[in-house]
Ligand binder design. Structure first.
Ligand SMILES: *[C@@H]1O[C@H](CO)[C@@H](O)[C@H](O)[C@H]1NC(C)=O
Ligand SMILES: *[C@@H]1O[C@H](CO)[C@@H](O)[C@H](O)[C@H]1NC(C)=O
Ligand SMILES: *[C@@H]1O[C@H](CO)[C@@H](O)[C@H](O)[C@H]1NC(C)=O
Ligand SMILES: *[C@@H]1O[C@H](CO)[C@@H](O)[C@H](O)[C@H]1NC(C)=O
Ligand SMILES: *[C@@H]1O[C@H](CO)[C@@H](O)[C@H](O)[C@H]1NC(C)=O
Ligand SMILES: *[C@@H]1O[C@H](CO)[C@@H](O)[C@H](O)[C@H]1NC(C)=O
Ligand SMILES: *[C@@H]1O[C@H](CO)[C@@H](O)[C@H](O)[C@H]1NC(C)=O
Length: 807
């Protein structure tokens, strides 16, 4: 029950340090990687995987690239003076190598070498949802029910590994998973202890740790040189995307209903590249992407990303990570990435490129709260997830400070109730212990689980954790507590309780009982954008210049999500030893979208990644369950949490509607060449840089970044007027006539042409949208929308974010 902002994990924080002179570099060479050499656009990732593994020319080509890498290195360095960690041959032509800075300079000047990027240290920072998303009655029945939803689709998860013995991934009792034709992922079986094995549902699993090992960060007895999850995060995200249907969730002996992945029949391919204590390294993550693209995954889910725009390239889109993902998209892989947990401040996105679906996190309609009833008749509410105190009677209260024992030699403040030894059992037994929530719960080692353990150890019947001062971000994530307990998060309520205690004969006449907090409440307005979810606008370089690409792209459920946990997982002390955990973060929102993408791929195997993204975005919801415009959590001036009307910079196109996404009517499609044109039009990019990084040349025709055919229009700097073109493709299978309408962003006047059009099945139609500054310039963005309404009932909506500028 740490502060939300801190129990959200995500985030590979990029720290490109070079403590010693030896350093790992990601080196890119001239010459195409295999994906660029052998495949055009379209088609399934698996058809490509077949190409890469069975066609002799491709097999020979990748072998030749690897030989070239080795020859290049052995040609200038003695074999003992460097260490190659990986050859990348599918999504990048290059390698990761450990070198001294002098060697790096020598390598950089060799012909054939395009670029050296220092490897980045990546540090980890952090289910009722199928019903909430309408899957049970919407998308699943269309795909043959939960026992078939996701069949034949592979979701690749780059994370901390997986617990293969978990019921969320078990094949016991389910129809056997036959091998998937043309899927080529390997399973790294490991005979050691603890062992690892795949089972058909977990179709493949590998780990990538060469850079972690080279840096001396990897400890095999702790981090496991296998795909086994020693952390918990990877099992949690995998279960959200593709965990089995109807798995009983229990924690600390209590039952919390059933959990299910979004695509319960999808197969999972595990790429472990993040580790317990130290997080991971970018070159290991790139190796995981290279392998996933080669294997032929349909969807790649990344609950990881940098905490700030990487400075390895001036343009955010051209670092090795984003470029590797662009190649994967070219191969047909749908890529989903967490938006980041840097909210609610603007320009905090950790995901940048238009070929990536960036996911913001929302709160859904479930909440756990609890009440405490005082002897004076007052009732206070707080965060719970704990059983009630026994019987109907009241129990005596005792403040931790009034029950001290031997306090010498203890590291925690006794009032935080972290260690039983500091407190006097005789004075606490049979009573409700009052403890204080302080800063050390946020930045120190204090946990609510330890409060619970301390109270239990001292024989208390329950505990209350009081927030006596308003700490920054004072928002609790309720974790299951092993005994009656409540966290009073409201400062006034906490002080009220303390007053009552003081006024009741120094506590000896203070009484209370704690209510039952085990049952969730399903009320309130939902979804809402969570406080921690990173906000747009997207940025195009590390000086945080705004881009013309809408970020984030979509809102998925991310708060208080139950999912599988590895009992040996150490990520969250509150869940150590458990098989399930309730977590929050854009890390949790991302696999929801990955799972829905798998359902779309199952229904429409020939759709491109851009078409899948478009289907989810144009059908997303911009109103909540009360029919009102979506709200976003922000800080109020007093430091509390306020709800204000959300914008596309909070939720992108809106909240996912999985049912509608299966039948969008129209899609805004884009191909690899369109992304290259986009890169060529980014003003800071010179064309040789695009050539150097992607191997594609720019041509002469200048375009504008807003010309990329995205299902949104963002103009970060509209001077006077501009016209933007978009093209839609009819994927409904029948001809339909669409009428265009729009809501003008305040201060902007608009025109569309044509105002309506018929469109044949499978055909594309272009339309133009004109924007004109129509009010004094404020420097602020204003937001509108454009809607295409079809006569067969399809409704296609795209958000508009426009900022007028003087020049
Ligand atoms: C590796 O982890 C084990 C188990 O936690 C620990 O005993 C050992 O000291 C660690 N080794 C290093 C080099 O940190
Ligand atoms: C959930 O419950 C807590 C504790 O009662 C309360 O402070 C919070 O506002 C509730 N959240 C929502 C979204 O209803
Ligand atoms: C605990 O409290 C009891 C009752 O007041 C007292 O007799 C005892 O000495 C205390 N023990 C310690 C270790 O302070
Ligand atoms: C108090 O605790 C310290 C550290 O655990 C211990 O060294 C000391 O002997 C204890 N004193 C008493 C009176 O129990
Ligand atoms: C209650 O009494 C204690 C000790 O007498 C004092 O430190 C504390 O400030 C009082 N609390 C309130 C809320 O009055
Ligand atoms: C989601 O889309 C479906 C199909 O278009 C629609 O029936 C349903 O009402 C939508 N859900 C919500 C919550 O609006
Ligand atoms: C592109 O590569 C060439 C040859 O390696 C190099 O001279 C040039 O500086 C690079 N350009 C950029 C923008 O990185």
């Amino acid at each position: 029950m740490k502060l939300l902002a801190h129990s959200v994990f995500l985030l590979l924080l990029m720290l490109c340090t070079n403590a010693s002179d030896e350093q790992v570099y990601i080196v890119t060479l001239h010459g195409s990687p295999a994906i660029h050499k052998f495949s055009g656009n379209g088609g399934s990732p698996r058809a490509r995987a077949r190409l890469f593994t069975t066609r002799s020319a491709t097999v020979a080509y990748t072998a030749e690239l690897v030989a070239r890498h080795d020859n290049l290195l052995s040609g200038i360095f003695t074999s003992s003076s460097y260490k190659k960690l990986y050859s990348y041959s599918h999504v990048l032509n290059g390698f990761a190598v450990q070198l001294t800075s002098k060697q790096a300079d020598a390598l950089r000047s060799l012909p054939g070498v395009r670029r050296l990027e220092k490897d980045c240290r990546v540090v980890k920072l952090t289910t009722h949802t199928p019903e909430f998303l309408g899957l049970s009655t919407g998308a699943w029945p269309r795909e043959g029910g939960p026992t078939n939803a996701g069949e034949g689709v592979v979701i690749g998860i780059i994370d901390t590994g997986i617990d293969p013995t978990h019921p969320s991934f078990s094949v016991k009792g389910s129809v056997a998973y036959p091998p998937l034709e043309d899927f080529h992922g390997k399973c790294e079986e490991n005979g050691g202890s603890p062992g690892f094995s795949c089972n058909g549902k977990i179709i493949a699993a590998q780990h990538f740790a060469a850079a972690a090992q080279a840096a001396g960060a990897f400890n095999s007895s702790n981090d496991f040189a296998s795909p086994l999850d020693g952390d918990g995060h990877g099992s949690h995200t995998a279960s959200i995307a593709a965990g089995n249907h109807g798995v009983f969730v229990s924690n600390d002996g209590f039952y919390f209903g059933e959990a299910s992945g979004m695509a319960p029949r999808a197969r999972i391919s595990v790429y472990k590249a993040l580790y317990r204590q130290f997080g991971g390294f970018m070159s290991d993550v790139v190796a995981a992407i290279d392998q996933a693209a080669k294997d032929g995954v349909d969807v790649l889910s990344l609950s990881v990303g940098p905490s700030s725009p990487p400075s390895s390239s001036r343009v955010t889109y051209l670092n090795a990570f984003d470029v590797a993902l662009l190649s994967a998209v070219k191969a047909g892989v749908f890529v989903v990435q967490a938006a980041g947990n840097g909210g609610p401040y603007p320009r905090t996105m950790a995901s940048f490129s238009p070929w990536i679906m960036s996911v913001a996190a929302g709160l859904d309609d479930r909440n756990y709260s609890n009440s405490i009833y005082l002897g004076n008749g007052a009732k206070l509410t707080g965060a719970g997830l704990a059983p009630a105190t026994p019987g109907d009677q009241m129990y005596n209260l005792v403040l931790a400070e009034d029950a001290l024992a031997n306090t010498s030699g203890f590291s925690f403040s006794p009032s935080n109730c972290q260690q039983p030894g500091v407190l006097n059992k005789t004075l606490i037994q049979g009573k409700i212990l009052l403890c204080t929530y302080s800063f050390s719960f946020i930045y120190g080692a204090s946990t609510v689980k330890r409060v619970s353990d301390t109270a239990k150890n001292l024989g208390a019947v329950g505990f209350v954790l009081l927030a006596k001062t308003d700490l920054p971000g004072n928002k609790f994530n309720p974790v299951p507590l092993g005994m009656p307990g409540i966290v009073i998060t409201n400062v006034q309520d906490s002080l009220f309780l303390l007053d009552y205690y003081n006024a009741s004969n120094g506590g000896s006449d203070a009484w209370a009982k704690i209510g039952n907090g085990m049952n969730p409440t399903f009320q309130g307005t939902a979804p809402q954008v969570a406080l921690y979810s990173s906000r747009g606008p997207g940025v195009k370089d590390y000086t945080l210049q705004d881009s013309d690409i809408l970020k984030p792209n979509i809102l998925g459920p991310g708060s208080l999500i139950w999912g599988a946990w590895s009992p040996i997982g150490t990520d969250e002390p509150d869940f150590q030893g458990e098989h399930f955990a309730m977590m929050s973060g854009t890390s949790m929102a991302t696999p929801h979208i990955a799972g829905v993408a798998a359902l779309i791929r199952q229904a429409h195997p020939d759709w491109s990644p851009a078409a899948i993204a478009s289907a989810m975005m144009t059908t997303a919801l911009v109103t909540d369950n009360k029919g009102q415009p979506l709200l976003a959590q922000h800080y109020s001036s007093s430091g509390g949490v306020d709800l204000i009307q959300a914008t596309p910079f909070d939720f992108g196109s809106g909240a996912i509607n999985a049912t509608a996404a299966l039948d969008p009517g129209l899609v805004f499609d884009a191909k690899y060449e369109d992304y290259i044109s986009f890169l060529c039009s980014v003003t800071q990019t010179d064309h040789t840089q695009v050539m150097n990084v992607t191997g594609s040349s720019c041509g002469v025709k200048g375009t504008s970044t807003s010309a990329l055919n995205t299902p949104s229009i963002t103009l970060s700097s509209l001077v006077a007027s501009r016209s933007v073109t978009r093209s839609v493709t009819n994927v409904a299978g029948v001809a339909e006539t669409y009428i265009l309408s729009y809501v003008e962003p305040p201060g902007i006047s608009m025109q569309v042409s044509p105002q309506s059009f018929p469109i044949e099945a499978g055909k594309s139609v272009a339309f133009s949208v004109g924007f004109k500054v129509a009010a004094p310039i404020t420097g602020e963005y204003s937001f509108g929308s454009l809607v295409l309404r079809g006569d067969k009932g399809h409704l296609v909506r795209i958000p508009l974010a426009i900022r007028a500028a003087a020049r």
